[in-house]
Write a protein that binds this ligand. Structure first.
Ligand code: FMN
Length: 196
C-alpha cells in the first residue's frame, strides 16, 4: 500500500523475478541492451562517477575464452546463455568526472588524484550500477544470471586491462526450463533494519 509502483511492475522487477540458470535460444539484441542501459544509466552514483563498463561477449571465440575462466559449475550456463556480459569498474573514471559532474569539476583532483581512492570508489559505484543493470534486464522482460564464481585476474588479462577491475559476469536471456531454484528465504525487516 505504501508503494506507488504498479504491482505488476513490482512483480516483474522483484517478487516474481528470479536469477536464471537456463535460457531459451531467443537472442538478446543490441537494441535491447541499449534500451536497458539507457534506462539504468540514471541510477545514482557518487559524484555521478558512473564507473561501470560493460563488455558484451558476442563472438563464439570470445565466449569460449570466457568460459575457460568461469568456475566449473558456471561453465555450462555461460556457454549456452543467449548473451553474456562482463561487468567491470573503470579505475580511470576521473577523466570523465569534470564533464559528468560539472557542478563541482574540482572533485577530480581533490578526491580522485590517487589510484587507491579511485579503485575504492569505482568498485562500490560500479557495483551499484551492476545492481541497476540487473533490475533493468528484468524491466526488459529478460532474466539475469549474475556470477562471481570466476577467475577475476584471468578475465581481466583476457578481456580488460590494468585500468579495469572485473566485478561479475552476467548471463542474459529469456528463462528456459527449470531456470531458477526455489526462492531462498530473505531476512525479515526487523532482522535488517534498526532505528537509532
Ligand atoms: C553478485 C552475484 C554473484 C553470484 N554468483 C553466482 C555464481 O557464481 N554462480 C551461481 O550459480 N549463482 C550466482 N549468483 C546467484 C545467486 O545465488 C542468486 O542470485 C540468489 O540466490 C538469489 O536467487 P533468486 O533470484 O532466485 O531469488 C550470484 C548472484 C549475484 C547477485
Amino acid at each position: 500500500m505504501s508503494l506507488v509502483l504498479d504491482p505488476t511492475a513490482q512483480d516483474l522487477l522483484f517478487r516474481e523475478a528470479h536469477t536464471a540458470n537456463t535460457f531459451t535460444d531467443e537472442p538478446v539484441t543490441d537494441e535491447q541492451v541499449q534500451a536497458i542501459y539507457d534506462l539504468v544509466k540514471f541510477g545514482p552514483t557518487a559524484f555521478n562517477q558512473t564507473p561501470l563498463r560493460i563488455t558484451l561477449v558476442r563472438s563464439a571465440e570470445a565466449r569460449e575464452r570466457l568460459v575457460q575462466h568461469m568456475a566449473e559449475g558456471n561453465q555450462p550456463k555461460t556457454a549456452t546463455a543467449p548473451l553474456v556480459a562482463i561487468l567491470s569498474a573503470d579505475n580511470e573514471f576521473h577523466e570523465e568526472l569534470p564533464a559528468l559532474f560539472p557542478a563541482f569539476p574540482q572533485a577530480k583532483d581533490l578526491f580522485f588524484s590517487e589510484r587507491p581512492a579511485r579503485e575504492s570508489a569505482a568498485r562500490i559505484n560500479a557495483a551499484l550500477q551492476a545492481a541497476y543493470f540487473i533490475i533493468g534486464i528484468r524491466a526488459a522482460g529478460l532474466a539475469a544470471g549474475p556470477m562471481t564464481g570466476l577467475d577475476f585476474e584471468g578475465v581481466r588479462k583476457e578481456f580488460l586491462d590494468d585500468d579495469h577491475t572485473p566485478l561479475m559476469v552476467i548471463n542474459i536471456g529469456k528463462p528456459g526450463e527449470n531456470a531458477s531454484y526455489p526462492r531462498s528465504p530473505r531476512l525479515a525487516y526487523d532482522e535488517v533494519v534498526t532505528t537509532v
